[in-house]
Design a protein around this ligand. Structure first.
Ligand SMILES: Cc1cc2nc3c(=O)[nH]c(=O)nc-3n(C[C@H](O)[C@H](O)[C@H](O)COP(=O)(O)OP(=O)(O)OC[C@H]3O[C@@H](n4cnc5c(N)ncnc54)[C@H](O)[C@@H]3O)c2cc1C
Length: 147
């Protein structure tokens, strides 16, 4: 190979292909390498859909990244002329005190306006297939969906 590249991305799943795409858009000469042909089904990114949300139970640093991801998916929809992001809302049924940190995470995501608590009645009305067991709560994130 005589050609040189500004960046070589090894692994072209969601992360690598996004990195390669955006570096190329910024004018870099990028080489992407994968052990399988594009469109393969051997990585974590592969499959028909993935869920997307802005809230996180884990770390606050996730939120700005998720917001940026929503913006970039919208940009990609415009560029490709395809609908990729479907906002459906997401319901979480969880044991409030089931896992360490759940309660704090729940409170944080409610306080930040990502999620609301659904009463048992609301849940049954809006999501008839869902039932709460003893000690569970239902959280709803209106802005979540799938790709
Ligand atoms: C079953 C499942 C469900 C999930 N659901 C969700 C969801 O709903 N929402 C969500 O946000 N996330 C979800 N995730 C997580 C998300 O899919 C992953 O975090 C994301 O796809 C990781 O992307 P990646 O590019 O890092 O890795 P991958 O998509 O795995 O890409 C890695 C790429 O590197 C290539 N590669 C590996 N080794 C080599 C090598 N030695 N040389 C060359 N190429 C190599 C592989 O072929 C592959 O193409 C889910 C994951 C799984 C497995």
């Amino acid at each position: 190979m005589n050609e040189t590249f500004d960046t070589i991305v090894v692994g072209l799943g969601a992360m690598g292909s996004a990195a390669a795409y955006h570096l190329t858009k910024r004018g870099q000469n990028v080489l992407g390498i994968d052990m399988f042909r594009p469109g393969h089904d051997q990585g974590s990114s592969h499959g028909y859909h993935r869920m997307i949300r802005k809230s996180s139970f884990q770390v606050d640093g996730y939120v700005p990244l998720a917001e940026r991801a929503f913006a970039l998916w919208h940009e990609l929809e415009e560029e490709s002329g395809q609908t990729l992001l479907h906002i459906t809302g997401e319901v979480w049924l969880l044991y409030e005190n089931g896992k360490t940190g759940n309660r704090a995470g729940v409170e944080r995501s409610i306080a930040r306006g990502f999620r609301v608590v659904l009463s048992e009645q609301d849940l049954a009305g809006r999501f008839p297939g869902c039932r709460l067991h003893e000690g569970m709560i239902a959280l709803y994130e209106a802005g979540a969906g799938y790709l």
